[in-house]
Design a protein around this ligand. Structure first.
Ligand SMILES: Nc1ncnc2c1ncn2[C@@H]1O[C@H](COP(=O)(O)OP(=O)(O)OP(=O)(O)O)[C@@H](O)[C@H]1O
Ligand SMILES: *[C@@H]1O[C@H](CO)[C@@H](O)[C@H](O)[C@H]1NC(C)=O
Ligand SMILES: *[C@@H]1O[C@H](CO)[C@@H](O)[C@H](O)[C@H]1NC(C)=O
Ligand SMILES: *[C@@H]1O[C@H](CO)[C@@H](O)[C@H](O)[C@H]1NC(C)=O
Ligand SMILES: [Mg+2]
Length: 408
C-alpha cells in the first residue's frame, strides 16, 4: 500500500486504518497530523535524555548473536506468537533470565539512532502493570526488542482462548486484571509526560505474570516504525471489535479511543468471551451490542460468564459491564477518563452521575450511508470469518473536521 490522497474513498480509508491497526501507515488525514505531532513531541524529550550522559546507556543493547543464541537461532520451537509487528520468541539470556524476543518485521527505514531514541523513551516507562522492556538490538537491518518474559501468556489465549491453560479465572482474579489494566492505561495517559496513547489495547496485549498480575504490552510501539510502514494485523477481524469507530473511520486517535478499547476488553473479562464471535447467531455475535441490549432490558447479569463460581459478586460484575458501556459511548465526552474508570471500578466513585446511552459500534458502519448525506454508501458483506466493507467513492469527512480532542 503506497501513498494515497485524502480524496480517496472511505473504503481505502477504513481498510487502511483497519489494516494498520496501530496506525503507522496512515499517510494522510487527521491521524497523520496527530502522529507527527506525537513524534516531534516525543523526540524533543528523548533527545534531551540521550544528550545527557546517563541517558545514552539506559537501554541495554544486545548483539544479534546473543539473541540468536538465546532463542536457539530463532527456532520454530521457541516461537510463541506472531503479531502485526513481527514474531515473538521465547529466549533465555546468558545469565539465565527468560525473555520474550520480538523481531520487528517491517524493514525499518528508521536509522539506528532514531530507533534507540524512541526505545530509550519507552524503556524509561516503568509500572507494575506494564511489560518491562529489557533491551534491544539494532544491528544492521535488525530491529529487535527484548522484553521480560511473562509465563502465563496473554488473556486472549487463556481467558478468552481454549481455556486449557489451567488457570482459574475466578471473579477475584478478573477484578485484579481489570483494575490492573485500567491502572496501567491511567499511567500511560495521565502520569507520564508526554502521555502515551496505546492505540492497540486488546486481549492479546494483556499478558499475565506468574501471580496473574496483568501487564500491558506493546505500548509506544507505534513510534518505532516509520509512519508509512504497514502494520498488517493477522487478525484484523479480532482487532476490529476493539476499535472506536471514530478511530477506524477517521483515524482520530485520542485517549478516548484507548478508553473505548478498554471498555470492550472489560466486557470480555466479565463475560469470558471474545468481542466478536461469528459462530453465534447474528444477533449475539457482537458482545458490545448484546451487552447494550441486555442493559436496556435489565438483564445485564446474562452477560456474566456462566463459568464463574462461588466468589462471583453479581452487583460488582454488572457495575463493570456498565463501566464498559460508558467507555464505549459514542460521544467522546461521555467516555470517562482513565483515572475515573479506575475509581469507578474500585467503587470509589459512583456511576450515577453518568447517563449510559447506546454505545458506538463498529457495526454501525452500515449507518454511514445515512449520516453522510448520501455521498457514501457503505455496504456490509458478511462472510463466515470476517466482514468487509465496500463503498462507492467520495470521502464523507472533510479535512476541516479536524479532531477537536487531541491527547497532547
Ligand atoms: N513479554 C512476553 N512474554 C510472554 N509472551 C509474550 C510476550 N510478548 C508477547 N508474547 C506472546 O506473543 C504473542 C504475540 O505477540 P505480538 O505482540 O507480536 O502479537 P499480538 O499482540 O497478537 O498483536 P499486535 O502486534 O497487534 O500486538 C502474544 O499473544 C503473547 O502470547
Ligand atoms: C515510506 O516513505 C519513504 C520516504 O518517505 C519511501 O521511500 C518509502 O518507499 C515509503 N514506503 C512505503 C511502504 O510506502
Ligand atoms: C502460571 O504458569 C505457570 C507455568 O506455566 C503455572 O505453573 C502456574 O500455575 C500459572 N499460574 C497460575 C496462577 O495459574
Ligand atoms: C478525569 O475526569 C474527572 C471527572 O470528570 C475530572 O475531575 C478529572 O480532573 C479528570 N482527570 C484528568 C486527569 O483529566
Ligand atoms: Mg502484542
Amino acid at each position: 500500500m503506497g501513498n494515497y490522497g485524502c480524496s480517496d474513498g472511505l473504503l481505502t480509508f477504513v481498510l487502511q486504518n483497519l489494516l494498520s491497526i496501530s496506525c503507522f501507515s496512515v499517510v494522510c488525514g487527521h491521524l497523520c497530523n496527530l502522529v507527527k505531532m506525537d513524534c516531534c513531541f516525543m523526540f524533543r524529550k528523548t533527545s534531551q535524555a540521550i544528550e545527557g550522559d546517563a541517558g545514552e546507556h539506559r537501554v541495554k543493547i544486545f548483539s544479534y548473536n546473543e539473541l540468536r543464541k538465546a532463542t536457539h537461532d530463532f527456532s520454530g520451537a521457541n516461537k510463541i506468537g506472531e503479531g502485526g509487528f513481527g514474531s515473538v520468541f521465547r529466549g533465555i539470556l546468558r545469565d539465565g533470565t527468560p525473555v520474550a524476543v520480538k523481531v520487528l518485521s517491517a524493514t525499518s527505514r528508521q536509522g539506528v539512532r532514531e530507533f534507540l531514541t524512541e526505545l530509550t523513551a519507552i524503556s524509561d516507562i516503568k509500572h507494575e502493570n506494564l511489560v518491562t522492556l529489557v533491551g534491544c538490538c539494532a544491528e544492521g537491518s535488525h530491529r529487535i526488542l527484548v522484553y521480560n518474559y511473562l509465563e502465563n501468556n496473554s488473556i486472549s489465549q487463556t481467558l478468552l482462548g481454549t481455556r486449557c491453560s489451567g488457570i482459574q479465572f475466578d471473579w477475584k482474579t478478573r477484578v485484579k486484571i481489570a483494575v490492573g489494566v485500567a491502572r496501567g492505561i491511567t499511567f500511560l495517559h495521565e502520569e507520564i509526560r508526554p502521555p502515551i496513547i496505546h492505540r492497540d489495547i486488546k486481549a492479546s496485549n494483556i499478558l499475565l505474570a506468574k501471580d496473574l498480575t496483568p501487564k500491558i504490552s506493546d505500548f509506544g510501539l507505534a513510534r518505532l516504525l516509520p509512519p508509512n510502514a504497514t502494520h498488517v494485523s493477522t487478525r484484523v477481524a479480532g482487532t476490529l471489535g476493539y476499535l472506536a469507530p471514530e478511530y477506524a473511520i477517521r483515524g482520530q486517535v485520542t485517549k478516548k479511543s484507548d478508553i473505548y478499547s478498554f471498555g470492550v476488553l472489560l466486557l470480555e473479562i466479565v463475560s469470558g468471551r471474545c468481542n466478536t464471535n461469528t459462530r453465534l447467531p447474528y444477533e449475539d455475535q457482537f458482545l458490545l451490542e448484546r451487552t447494550w441490549v441486555c442493559y436496556e432490558q435489565e438483564r445485564l447479569d446474562e452477560i456474566i460468564d456462566a463459568d464463574l463460581g462461588d466468589d462471583l459478586d453479581v452487583d460488582e460484575a454488572c457495575r463493570f459491564l456498565k463501566i464498559g458501556l460508558l467507555c464505549t459511548q459514542d460521544a467522546l465526552a461521555r467516555r470517562p477518563n482513565m483515572s475515573s474508570v479506575v475509581k469507578m471500578l474500585i467503587g470509589e466513585k459512583s456511576l450515577s452521575a453518568h447517563k449510559i446511552t447506546r454505545p458506538a459500534m463498529i457495526t454501525d458502519f452500515a449507518d454511514l450511508k445515512v449520516s453522510s448525506g448520501g455521498q457514501t454508501r457503505v455496504q456490509e458483506t458478511r462472510s463466515s470469518t470476517t466482514r468487509s466493507y465496500s463503498t462507492t467513492e467520495e470521502e464523507p469527512f472533510s479535512s476541516s473536521e479536524a479532531p477537536t480532542q487531541t491527547s497532547i
